[in-house]
Each structure stands twice: as C-alpha cells, then as structure tokens.
Design a protein around this ligand. Structure first.
Ligand SMILES: [Zn+2]
Length: 135
C-alpha cells in the first residue's frame, strides 16, 4: 500500500479508478494494488496477489461468461475480416481463419482473463460490500 492507493480509496467507483483497474487487468497485474502479478505462467493464475493478498481464484468461475463472449466476438471479427479480404481460394480462406483464430484467441487469452478478473473486481466494489476492500 502506498500514498496513492490510500488517496484513491474514497473514489473507488469513479471512472478514473475503473480505467485504472481495467488497465491493471490488461497488464495482468492485481486489480486492487497493481503490483502483484496475476499469472505465474502463460495462463496459470496465481492463487492470491503476492503483494496485497487479493484472491484471484475465487473470481475464476465468474470470468467464464466474459471469456465466452469475447472469444465469440473475436471469432466474429476474424470471419468478417475473411469476408472483407476475399481470399483467392476457399482453402486459403479456411487456412486463414483457422490460423487467425488460434493465434488471436490464444494470444489474447491472459489479457482477456486479466480484464475479466478486473471487471469482476469492479462489479464487487459497485454492487456488493467487498470485505477485501478495506486495504
Ligand atoms: Zn494486489
């Protein structure tokens, strides 16, 4: 905990704080303190924040809807891209979609996961009394 975090406590649900929390998620950092790492490897979550002790695992199940929607959305973008690009042959198009889907969906996984955890962290702040909130 530092002075900056302390000063922000009274503005927990302000848009600036939301942006900061989501940015932390995209950087795969702890949504609460921004210091601890979220993942110990490519896609293996740390159990808790190494810095402030926030539990990530408890949020795991709540991120599936977000992951599903963003995966579907990315797939849609890839399909639209293929239609716009007009591949020279059907086989080229299929190959493009397969490779693009694997690359895009896989490469963005931890970032989307981090964002999902950050969004869930925000939703707890906004709609519930979070016992973790009083750091
Ligand atoms: Zn933390």
């Amino acid at each position: 905990m530092n002075g900056d975090d302390h000063a922000q406590q009274h503005h927990d649900t302000s848009p600036q704080t939301w942006r900061r929390v989501i940015w932390r998620g995209l950087c795969r950092r702890c949504p609460r303190c921004g210091v601890g790492r979220m993942f110990k490897s490519w896609y293996t979550l740390e159990g808790t924040c190494t810095s402030c002790g926030l539990e990530y695992e408890s949020r795991d199940g709540d991120t599936w809807a977000f992951m599903y929607v963003t995966t579907a959305g990315l797939t849609g973008v890839i399909i639209i891209a293929m239609l716009l690009l007009k591949p020279p042959s059907i086989m080229m198009g299929r190959l493009f979609v397969a490779v693009a889907a694997i690359v895009v969906v896989f490469l963005t996984l931890p970032y989307r996961k981090g964002m999902a955890i950050a969004l869930h962290f925000i939703s707890e702040r906004v709609w519930q009394d979070d016992p973790d909130a009083d750091n």
